[in-house]
Design a protein around this ligand. Sequence first.
Ligand code: SF4
Length: 271
Amino acid sequence: MARKKTIKTSVKQRLRAARKGKGKRKAARLKPVKARAKADAKAAKGALPQWTKAEIEEAFRRFAAANPEPNTELQHTSPFTLLVSVVLSAQATDAGVNKATPALFALADTPEKMARLGEAKVRDLIKTIGLFRTKAKNVIALSRDLVEKHGGQVPRDREALQALPGVGRKTANVVLNVAFGEPTIAVDTHIFRVGNRTGLAVGKTPHDVELKLMDVVPEKYLLHAHHWLILHGRYTCVARRPLCEKCIIADLCKWPGKTVNAAGSESANSE
Ligand code: SF4
């Protein structure tokens, strides 16, 4: 019991010191490839230690300090152009979508104009994006629905959004968060990986991870949590070889594939 108290106290002291900018956090080093694969398997099983409330608070404090106003990388000028961009981004990169959308939105930046533009023209304008045939069909169908059922406006309502062609829970969450400032978390491949790998939000499906994150992320960080985690997964906690040595939450993360443990010291079996 006394030992438990000492460990808890030392984590708290370290978090306090980090908050005050005292002390240098150790850079994480990666274990060999085999050990990393084992670590991923362990994380996927949900066998990592739990994060404490103080650690979660500290992780998001650091994300917020590093990037106070994160935003989507999809170029858009309105809820409608955002909605279309998110629909186009399924199984495609934001950069790829951003290359195609300026020409599309120059011709059609409202549901009325998009419906008038027609499927063949939309298909031609987005042909550099994967699954462009299905996406063109959906963009036209959802534009017509917006005109006919929502007065040409994007609804601020999850159910109504998810009833639109090509719009699933993830897309609805992005639109609610970015266009309407709702504290939602859209779990894409990056957030799914970060949640499971770090032990922050373990789940077998994106929906499981979303619910877990909604439960553990402190309320004051919920609005931006979605972008912090996406950007973290896209640029730091990348799939094949996470950049743990540059990671601002390395000492908090529970992934056993790196050599800095939760107490900020290097584990015994370092590379
Ligand atoms: S969160 Fe950071 S330390 Fe943890 S696996 Fe990802 S990059 Fe490495």
